[in-house]
Design a protein around this ligand. Sequence first.
Ligand SMILES: O=C1O[C@H]([C@@H](O)CO)C(O)=C1O
Length: 551
Amino acid sequence: GVRRYKWDVKYEFKSLDCYKKLAITINGKTPGPTILARQGDTIIVEVTNGLVTENLAIHWHGIRQIGSPWSDGTEGVTQCPILPGDNFTYRFIVDRPGTYLYHAHYGMQREAGLYGSIRVLLPDGVAEPFTYDYDRSIILNDWYHASTYEQAAGLSSIPFVWVEEPQSLLIQGKGKFDCSKLVTASSDPMACNTTNPECSPYMLTVVQGKTYRLRISSVTALSALSFQIEGHNMTVVEADGHYVEPIVVQNLFIYSGETYSVLIKIDQEPSRNYWITTNIVGRDATAKTPPGLAILNYYPNHPKRVPPTDPPAGPIWNDTAPRLAQSVAIKARQGYVHTPPPKSDRVIVLLNTQNKIDGYIRWSVNNVSFTFPHTPYLIALKENLHHVFDQHPPPDRLHEFTTYDIYGVVNNTNATSSNAIYRLKFNSTVDIILQNANTMTENNSETHPWHLHGHDFWVLGYGKGKFDAKNDPKKYNLANPIMKNTVAVHPYGWTALRFVADNPGVWLFHCHIESHFYMGMRVVFEEGVEKVSKLPSEIMGCGETKAFKKP
Ligand SMILES: O=C1O[C@H]([C@@H](O)CO)C(O)=C1O
């Protein structure tokens, strides 16, 4: 069938964590409306940009856009931005069941609150390999009080102004900031007010004996999270739209851009409520960001009844081992394994580093910090406007890779900015090795969730230290690797992926941390662009495409 949505996007004052600030809403809400569809449906979203002074683009995260690469919603890659006051219609098919996301993809706009869930159900009569009584979506996010503009300006300034840790964690759009921590008081009594109902915690009411499928996803700007439900283990059954061989966890580690489904059984002492919590891991936010809290409400207890126990403490923030262990444990479910091609045609080793370029702090991949041209790639390539971006492709492997010290504070003065892209042979099989390294701070390597547009990839393996091109591929899991669209590269580690370049279009691959993306941690892949059918004129209008836009 066809599902039509009409969305008005605008800025509104919201008190999501009790502190009043401008947030981007869809039809008045953040998170925005859930897109609920069946496999094979066509989704039509008519967006009106009511941001008044700001461009807009919306990405459908995890939807491959087969046959509709211009609907990927990536400003600079697949479309010109939607101008203030303009309308734009996204049209695409949801070809697979599962849990997906949508969010803004213009600058660092996502962190202002434009995001929501996409839930694609199986066709009638097709059963899933597990059962449950109720299905619920919970989106996790982190939340800053500074505006996107303030943050973006700081990141591209000398001296560099880091965004620091977020003020709050939001569970389904709700958090609680301790207003007594504000440095300056406001004369507006609602500027920070913990009794404001807008910031009452999210409550999930459950019935004894029932099984709930929780679709947990994360769109954090910075934070890696642990998610936990007091007294209840979770069975992971889905990741990024693919069935997982069930694993039982007490806390689920989730990185920005990932989606999981977990099953929980409502089988605990029914006379009370329980905490749902999320904590930051991977960065030392202990003194800065309190855990996010929500309530698992056992019916018929009052939903506002505070659980009698303290919320469970999160895992130790700098213990990488359990996070790596969870990543490794996620395998495709028996009976639902898509086997990867046994060999790849091309191996691209992407070394992730933090660098200074002309005095600015940037992130680089193979010593290239990525920038977008003014003319989106999809249009530039289709219309043969080759002069609008650098035609010298970035390297498949840094020539000094073998001698590069991933543990050192390396003074990478060779890094440059470029808008050159990787062009992939259509239908070829490509391996990507994400290699992590030390940042410009001593003894510090961060976690980066990498997200690929337009494809799912197989996760062939994870390793510690420097990737060994001779021996590590022998340990790849070619038997039952999970397919995903977002995967973490852990501190001082590597992650190996494989995908088939079979989706004609131009596709972004990037760190899903908003500030890192903004600071250049991204690459672009092109494949089969000559097979893309005629581009809709609605995506035109910027850079050298002004002439192509029909009035
Ligand atoms: O990109 C980043 O910059 C800071 C720090 O490395 C420099 O202040 C940080 O923690 C990041 O993740």
